[in-house]
Design a protein around this ligand. Structure first.
Ligand SMILES: NC(=O)C1=CN([C@@H]2O[C@H](COP(=O)(O)OP(=O)(O)OC[C@H]3O[C@@H](n4cnc5c(N)ncnc54)[C@H](OP(=O)(O)O)[C@@H]3O)[C@@H](O)[C@H]2O)C=CC1
Ligand SMILES: CC[C@](O)(C(C)=O)C(=O)O
Ligand SMILES: [Mg+2]
Ligand SMILES: [Mg+2]
Length: 337
Protein backbone atom coordinates (compact mmCIF):
# COMPACT_ATOMS: atom_id res chain seq x y z
CA UNK A 1 0.00 0.00 0.00
CA UNK A 2 1.53 3.34 -1.02
CA UNK A 3 1.43 6.28 1.36
CA UNK A 4 1.02 9.97 0.66
CA UNK A 5 3.99 12.08 1.80
CA UNK A 6 3.82 15.87 1.90
CA UNK A 7 6.65 18.41 1.90
CA UNK A 8 6.86 22.19 2.36
CA UNK A 9 5.56 22.98 -1.11
CA UNK A 10 2.41 20.91 -0.47
CA UNK A 11 1.38 22.96 2.57
CA UNK A 12 0.00 26.51 2.81
CA UNK A 13 1.27 28.27 5.92
CA UNK A 14 -1.26 31.10 5.57
CA UNK A 15 -4.10 28.74 6.62
CA UNK A 16 -2.77 28.25 10.14
CA UNK A 17 -1.65 31.91 10.25
CA UNK A 18 -5.31 32.82 9.88
CA UNK A 19 -6.41 30.80 12.93
CA UNK A 20 -6.40 31.47 16.67
CA UNK A 21 -4.58 28.49 18.15
CA UNK A 22 -4.77 27.27 21.76
CA UNK A 23 -2.12 24.76 22.84
CA UNK A 24 -3.29 22.90 25.94
CA UNK A 25 -0.21 21.83 27.92
CA UNK A 26 3.34 23.19 27.76
CA UNK A 27 5.50 20.10 28.26
CA UNK A 28 7.68 18.22 25.81
CA UNK A 29 5.41 18.61 22.77
CA UNK A 30 3.45 21.65 23.99
CA UNK A 31 6.43 23.98 24.26
CA UNK A 32 7.81 22.79 20.90
CA UNK A 33 4.55 23.33 19.02
CA UNK A 34 3.76 26.64 20.71
CA UNK A 35 7.19 28.23 20.17
CA UNK A 36 7.51 27.04 16.56
CA UNK A 37 3.92 28.10 15.75
CA UNK A 38 4.72 31.54 17.15
CA UNK A 39 7.98 31.72 15.18
CA UNK A 40 5.94 30.80 12.07
CA UNK A 41 3.68 33.83 12.57
CA UNK A 42 0.75 32.03 14.20
CA UNK A 43 -1.45 33.61 16.90
CA UNK A 44 -0.96 31.16 19.78
CA UNK A 45 -1.95 31.00 23.45
CA UNK A 46 -1.32 28.35 26.10
CA UNK A 47 -3.93 26.62 28.28
CA UNK A 48 -2.74 25.49 31.72
CA UNK A 49 -4.56 25.15 35.04
CA UNK A 50 -3.95 27.81 37.72
CA UNK A 51 -0.96 26.58 39.73
CA UNK A 52 0.54 24.51 36.89
CA UNK A 53 4.33 24.44 37.14
CA UNK A 54 4.54 24.89 33.35
CA UNK A 55 2.96 28.35 33.52
CA UNK A 56 6.20 30.15 34.43
CA UNK A 57 8.04 28.58 31.46
CA UNK A 58 5.39 29.71 28.96
CA UNK A 59 5.22 33.19 30.50
CA UNK A 60 9.03 33.51 30.36
CA UNK A 61 8.72 33.09 26.59
CA UNK A 62 6.14 35.88 26.50
CA UNK A 63 3.33 33.54 25.46
CA UNK A 64 -0.19 34.45 26.60
CA UNK A 65 -1.39 31.93 29.20
CA UNK A 66 -4.92 31.26 30.41
CA UNK A 67 -6.85 28.37 31.89
CA UNK A 68 -7.70 25.59 29.42
CA UNK A 69 -11.33 26.78 29.43
CA UNK A 70 -10.38 30.43 28.78
CA UNK A 71 -8.09 29.69 25.86
CA UNK A 72 -10.47 27.09 24.39
CA UNK A 73 -13.20 29.74 24.35
CA UNK A 74 -10.93 32.28 22.66
CA UNK A 75 -9.36 29.98 20.05
CA UNK A 76 -10.75 28.34 16.92
CA UNK A 77 -8.14 25.57 16.85
CA UNK A 78 -7.41 23.67 20.05
CA UNK A 79 -4.36 21.38 20.11
CA UNK A 80 -4.42 19.06 23.14
CA UNK A 81 -0.87 18.38 24.33
CA UNK A 82 -1.57 17.44 27.92
CA UNK A 83 -0.84 13.88 29.15
CA UNK A 84 -2.96 11.26 27.34
CA UNK A 85 -4.63 10.13 30.58
CA UNK A 86 -5.65 13.71 31.48
CA UNK A 87 -7.07 14.60 28.08
CA UNK A 88 -10.58 13.15 28.50
CA UNK A 89 -11.10 15.13 31.71
CA UNK A 90 -9.77 18.37 30.18
CA UNK A 91 -11.94 17.79 27.13
CA UNK A 92 -15.12 17.21 29.17
CA UNK A 93 -14.59 20.06 31.64
CA UNK A 94 -12.85 22.77 29.67
CA UNK A 95 -13.00 22.18 25.95
CA UNK A 96 -16.38 20.63 25.07
CA UNK A 97 -18.40 23.46 26.68
CA UNK A 98 -16.39 26.00 24.62
CA UNK A 99 -16.47 24.35 21.20
CA UNK A 100 -18.12 26.41 18.47
CA UNK A 101 -19.21 25.63 14.93
CA UNK A 102 -16.15 25.48 12.67
CA UNK A 103 -13.61 24.96 15.47
CA UNK A 104 -10.89 22.38 15.06
CA UNK A 105 -9.83 19.91 17.75
CA UNK A 106 -6.24 18.72 17.23
CA UNK A 107 -4.19 15.96 18.86
CA UNK A 108 -0.46 15.10 18.91
CA UNK A 109 -1.24 11.40 19.42
CA UNK A 110 -4.40 9.43 18.68
CA UNK A 111 -4.86 7.59 22.02
CA UNK A 112 -8.07 9.27 23.21
CA UNK A 113 -9.83 9.10 19.86
CA UNK A 114 -8.64 5.57 18.98
CA UNK A 115 -9.85 4.15 22.31
CA UNK A 116 -13.11 6.14 22.37
CA UNK A 117 -12.22 8.26 25.42
CA UNK A 118 -13.12 11.51 23.64
CA UNK A 119 -16.05 11.90 21.26
CA UNK A 120 -16.24 15.29 19.58
CA UNK A 121 -19.45 16.84 18.24
CA UNK A 122 -20.02 16.60 14.48
CA UNK A 123 -19.64 20.37 13.84
CA UNK A 124 -15.88 20.50 14.48
CA UNK A 125 -12.85 19.19 12.61
CA UNK A 126 -10.93 16.47 14.44
CA UNK A 127 -7.37 16.00 13.23
CA UNK A 128 -3.91 15.00 14.33
CA UNK A 129 -0.39 16.30 13.81
CA UNK A 130 1.91 13.78 15.48
CA UNK A 131 5.65 14.43 15.28
CA UNK A 132 7.71 11.24 15.12
CA UNK A 133 10.17 12.41 17.72
CA UNK A 134 10.54 13.79 21.26
CA UNK A 135 9.27 17.35 21.68
CA UNK A 136 12.61 18.81 22.72
CA UNK A 137 14.15 17.61 19.47
CA UNK A 138 11.11 18.79 17.48
CA UNK A 139 11.92 22.26 18.75
CA UNK A 140 15.70 21.94 18.45
CA UNK A 141 15.45 20.77 14.83
CA UNK A 142 13.01 23.56 13.95
CA UNK A 143 15.38 26.18 15.35
CA UNK A 144 18.27 24.59 13.41
CA UNK A 145 16.30 24.93 10.16
CA UNK A 146 15.53 21.19 10.04
CA UNK A 147 12.44 19.21 10.97
CA UNK A 148 11.15 16.03 12.56
CA UNK A 149 8.84 13.95 10.33
CA UNK A 150 5.20 13.90 11.37
CA UNK A 151 1.99 11.99 10.74
CA UNK A 152 -1.30 13.72 10.02
CA UNK A 153 -4.77 12.21 10.18
CA UNK A 154 -8.31 13.48 9.88
CA UNK A 155 -10.94 11.75 11.97
CA UNK A 156 -13.75 14.21 11.24
CA UNK A 157 -13.84 16.70 8.37
CA UNK A 158 -16.65 19.10 9.31
CA UNK A 159 -15.15 22.01 7.36
CA UNK A 160 -14.17 20.03 4.28
CA UNK A 161 -10.64 21.40 4.62
CA UNK A 162 -9.30 19.66 7.72
CA UNK A 163 -6.42 18.03 5.86
CA UNK A 164 -5.12 21.34 4.48
CA UNK A 165 -5.37 22.78 7.99
CA UNK A 166 -3.42 19.87 9.50
CA UNK A 167 -0.75 20.16 6.80
CA UNK A 168 -0.47 23.89 7.40
CA UNK A 169 -0.03 23.27 11.14
CA UNK A 170 2.58 20.59 10.42
CA UNK A 171 4.49 23.06 8.22
CA UNK A 172 4.48 25.65 11.02
CA UNK A 173 6.28 23.26 13.38
CA UNK A 174 8.81 22.05 10.77
CA UNK A 175 7.21 18.69 9.93
CA UNK A 176 6.94 19.25 6.18
CA UNK A 177 10.68 20.03 5.99
CA UNK A 178 11.26 16.33 6.76
CA UNK A 179 8.10 14.73 5.36
CA UNK A 180 4.53 14.36 6.61
CA UNK A 181 2.68 11.10 6.04
CA UNK A 182 -1.11 10.91 5.89
CA UNK A 183 -2.45 8.14 8.11
CA UNK A 184 -5.39 7.35 10.40
CA UNK A 185 -5.81 7.80 14.16
CA UNK A 186 -5.89 4.01 14.42
CA UNK A 187 -2.62 3.44 12.56
CA UNK A 188 -0.77 6.27 14.33
CA UNK A 189 -1.90 5.15 17.79
CA UNK A 190 -1.15 1.46 17.34
CA UNK A 191 2.24 1.92 15.61
CA UNK A 192 3.32 4.66 18.02
CA UNK A 193 2.50 2.57 21.09
CA UNK A 194 4.19 -0.47 19.56
CA UNK A 195 7.30 1.49 18.60
CA UNK A 196 7.76 3.07 22.02
CA UNK A 197 7.08 -0.18 23.92
CA UNK A 198 8.90 -2.78 21.84
CA UNK A 199 11.69 -0.91 20.05
CA UNK A 200 12.45 2.74 20.81
CA UNK A 201 12.00 2.98 24.57
CA UNK A 202 11.05 -0.37 26.16
CA UNK A 203 13.12 -2.57 23.86
CA UNK A 204 16.14 -0.27 23.68
CA UNK A 205 16.24 0.48 27.44
CA UNK A 206 15.97 -3.21 28.35
CA UNK A 207 18.65 -4.13 25.79
CA UNK A 208 21.08 -1.49 27.11
CA UNK A 209 20.47 -2.42 30.76
CA UNK A 210 20.83 -6.15 30.07
CA UNK A 211 24.11 -5.63 28.15
CA UNK A 212 25.47 -3.40 30.95
CA UNK A 213 24.45 -5.97 33.60
CA UNK A 214 26.08 -8.89 31.74
CA UNK A 215 29.39 -7.01 31.44
CA UNK A 216 29.50 -5.63 35.01
CA UNK A 217 28.34 -8.93 36.55
CA UNK A 218 31.24 -10.56 34.68
CA UNK A 219 33.64 -8.15 36.44
CA UNK A 220 34.20 -5.51 33.75
CA UNK A 221 34.40 -1.84 34.79
CA UNK A 222 31.01 -0.05 34.86
CA UNK A 223 32.59 2.89 33.01
CA UNK A 224 33.70 0.62 30.16
CA UNK A 225 30.30 -1.11 30.13
CA UNK A 226 28.55 2.30 30.00
CA UNK A 227 30.56 3.54 27.04
CA UNK A 228 30.10 0.23 25.24
CA UNK A 229 26.38 -0.34 25.77
CA UNK A 230 24.88 3.16 26.07
CA UNK A 231 27.12 5.99 24.89
CA UNK A 232 28.21 4.27 21.70
CA UNK A 233 24.65 3.25 20.88
CA UNK A 234 23.92 6.86 19.89
CA UNK A 235 26.89 6.91 17.53
CA UNK A 236 25.84 3.61 15.96
CA UNK A 237 22.20 4.79 15.65
CA UNK A 238 23.40 8.08 14.11
CA UNK A 239 24.85 6.03 11.26
CA UNK A 240 21.58 4.08 10.87
CA UNK A 241 19.70 7.41 10.86
CA UNK A 242 21.97 8.77 8.13
CA UNK A 243 22.11 5.73 5.87
CA UNK A 244 20.19 2.81 7.29
CA UNK A 245 21.60 -0.37 8.79
CA UNK A 246 23.70 -0.74 5.63
CA UNK A 247 25.60 2.54 6.31
CA UNK A 248 26.23 1.48 9.91
CA UNK A 249 27.57 -1.89 8.72
CA UNK A 250 29.80 -0.10 6.17
CA UNK A 251 31.39 1.99 8.92
CA UNK A 252 31.99 -0.72 11.53
CA UNK A 253 34.80 -3.25 11.27
CA UNK A 254 34.26 -6.53 9.45
CA UNK A 255 34.78 -8.27 12.80
CA UNK A 256 31.87 -6.26 14.22
CA UNK A 257 29.76 -6.87 11.15
CA UNK A 258 30.31 -10.64 11.27
CA UNK A 259 29.37 -10.58 14.99
CA UNK A 260 26.31 -8.44 14.18
CA UNK A 261 25.11 -10.83 11.47
CA UNK A 262 25.69 -14.05 13.42
CA UNK A 263 24.98 -13.00 17.04
CA UNK A 264 22.21 -10.40 16.61
CA UNK A 265 19.59 -13.05 15.79
CA UNK A 266 20.65 -14.96 18.94
CA UNK A 267 19.69 -11.92 21.02
CA UNK A 268 16.46 -11.06 19.19
CA UNK A 269 15.23 -14.65 18.94
CA UNK A 270 11.94 -15.88 17.44
CA UNK A 271 10.65 -15.94 21.04
CA UNK A 272 11.41 -12.21 21.39
CA UNK A 273 9.59 -11.53 18.12
CA UNK A 274 6.65 -13.59 19.39
CA UNK A 275 6.55 -11.43 22.54
CA UNK A 276 6.54 -8.34 20.31
CA UNK A 277 3.49 -9.77 18.53
CA UNK A 278 1.75 -10.24 21.89
CA UNK A 279 2.54 -6.64 22.83
CA UNK A 280 1.06 -5.49 19.52
CA UNK A 281 -2.04 -7.62 20.20
CA UNK A 282 -2.55 -5.94 23.59
CA UNK A 283 -2.38 -2.55 21.87
CA UNK A 284 -4.81 -3.57 19.12
CA UNK A 285 -7.41 -5.12 21.44
CA UNK A 286 -7.27 -2.23 23.95
CA UNK A 287 -5.73 -4.24 26.85
CA UNK A 288 -2.80 -1.83 27.19
CA UNK A 289 -4.99 1.28 27.02
CA UNK A 290 -7.38 -0.08 29.67
CA UNK A 291 -4.46 -1.04 31.93
CA UNK A 292 -2.80 2.40 31.59
CA UNK A 293 -6.00 4.36 32.23
CA UNK A 294 -6.71 2.17 35.29
CA UNK A 295 -3.14 2.61 36.58
CA UNK A 296 -3.48 6.41 36.21
CA UNK A 297 -6.90 6.45 37.91
CA UNK A 298 -5.46 4.44 40.81
CA UNK A 299 -2.68 7.00 41.42
CA UNK A 300 0.12 5.44 39.30
CA UNK A 301 1.54 3.32 42.18
CA UNK A 302 3.11 0.64 39.99
CA UNK A 303 4.32 3.21 37.43
CA UNK A 304 6.10 5.23 40.14
CA UNK A 305 7.67 2.11 41.65
CA UNK A 306 9.05 0.97 38.28
CA UNK A 307 10.22 4.52 37.50
CA UNK A 308 12.15 4.60 40.79
CA UNK A 309 13.74 1.22 40.12
CA UNK A 310 14.89 2.48 36.72
CA UNK A 311 16.38 5.64 38.23
CA UNK A 312 18.30 3.51 40.76
CA UNK A 313 19.85 1.21 38.14
CA UNK A 314 23.69 1.35 38.44
CA UNK A 315 23.99 2.49 34.81
CA UNK A 316 22.45 5.85 35.79
CA UNK A 317 25.08 6.61 38.42
CA UNK A 318 28.08 5.86 36.24
CA UNK A 319 26.43 7.61 33.27
CA UNK A 320 25.87 10.78 35.27
CA UNK A 321 29.54 10.88 36.24
CA UNK A 322 30.82 10.26 32.70
CA UNK A 323 28.41 12.65 30.99
CA UNK A 324 29.42 15.32 33.49
CA UNK A 325 32.93 15.15 32.04
CA UNK A 326 31.69 15.71 28.46
CA UNK A 327 30.38 19.27 28.28
CA UNK A 328 28.80 18.76 24.84
CA UNK A 329 26.79 15.75 26.04
CA UNK A 330 25.59 16.88 29.45
CA UNK A 331 22.51 18.93 28.44
CA UNK A 332 20.16 19.77 31.30
CA UNK A 333 16.66 18.42 30.70
CA UNK A 334 15.27 21.91 31.27
CA UNK A 335 17.40 23.50 28.57
CA UNK A 336 14.60 24.09 26.11
CA UNK A 337 11.42 23.75 28.21
N1 LIG B 1 6.72 13.55 24.61
C1 LIG B 1 6.76 13.50 23.26
O1 LIG B 1 7.77 13.84 22.65
C2 LIG B 1 5.59 13.08 22.47
C3 LIG B 1 4.31 13.20 22.97
N2 LIG B 1 3.24 13.02 22.14
C4 LIG B 1 1.90 13.23 22.66
O2 LIG B 1 1.79 14.61 23.04
C5 LIG B 1 0.89 14.75 24.14
C6 LIG B 1 1.59 15.47 25.27
O3 LIG B 1 2.65 14.65 25.75
P1 LIG B 1 3.96 15.28 26.40
O4 LIG B 1 4.38 16.47 25.63
O5 LIG B 1 4.91 14.15 26.58
O6 LIG B 1 3.42 15.74 27.82
P2 LIG B 1 4.25 16.31 29.07
O7 LIG B 1 4.00 15.39 30.21
O8 LIG B 1 5.65 16.61 28.68
O9 LIG B 1 3.53 17.70 29.34
C7 LIG B 1 2.21 17.77 29.69
C8 LIG B 1 1.82 19.22 29.85
O10 LIG B 1 0.40 19.25 30.13
C9 LIG B 1 0.21 20.00 31.31
N3 LIG B 1 -0.99 19.54 31.99
C10 LIG B 1 -1.13 18.56 32.91
N4 LIG B 1 -2.42 18.47 33.30
C11 LIG B 1 -3.09 19.41 32.61
C12 LIG B 1 -4.44 19.87 32.58
N5 LIG B 1 -5.35 19.29 33.36
N6 LIG B 1 -4.77 20.87 31.76
C13 LIG B 1 -3.85 21.46 30.95
N7 LIG B 1 -2.55 21.10 30.95
C14 LIG B 1 -2.20 20.10 31.76
C15 LIG B 1 1.49 19.82 32.11
O11 LIG B 1 1.61 20.88 33.05
P3 LIG B 1 2.30 20.69 34.51
O12 LIG B 1 3.66 21.28 34.36
O13 LIG B 1 1.45 21.48 35.41
O14 LIG B 1 2.31 19.22 34.83
C16 LIG B 1 2.51 19.92 31.00
O15 LIG B 1 2.74 21.26 30.65
C17 LIG B 1 0.44 13.32 24.45
O16 LIG B 1 -0.72 13.08 23.70
C18 LIG B 1 1.58 12.45 23.92
O17 LIG B 1 1.22 11.13 23.61
C19 LIG B 1 3.38 12.73 20.80
C20 LIG B 1 4.61 12.59 20.25
C21 LIG B 1 5.82 12.63 21.07
C1 LIG C 1 8.95 7.26 21.38
C2 LIG C 1 8.07 7.88 22.44
C3 LIG C 1 6.99 8.79 21.88
O1 LIG C 1 6.07 8.05 21.11
C4 LIG C 1 7.66 9.82 21.00
C5 LIG C 1 8.68 10.73 21.56
O2 LIG C 1 7.43 9.83 19.81
C6 LIG C 1 6.23 9.43 23.06
O3 LIG C 1 5.04 9.11 23.25
O4 LIG C 1 6.84 10.21 23.81
MG1 LIG D 1 5.99 8.59 19.13
MG1 LIG E 1 4.06 7.98 21.91
Amino acid sequence: MSVEIFYDDDADLSIIQGRKVAVIGYGSQGHAHALSLRDSGVDVRIGLPEGSKSRAKAEEEGLPVGTPAEVAAEADLIMILAPDTAQRHIYAQDIAPNLKDGDALFFGHGFNIRYGLIEAPSNVDVAMVAPKGPGHLVRRQFVDGKGVPALIAVEQDASGSAQALALSYAKAIGGTRAGVIKTTFKEETETDLFGEQAVLCGGASALVQAGFEVLTEAGYAPEVAYFECLHELKLIVDLMYEGGIARMRYSISDTAEYGDLTRGPRVITPAVKEEMRKILGEIQDGTFATEWVKEDDAGRGNYKKLQQEGEQHPIEEVGKKLRGLMSWVDRPITETA
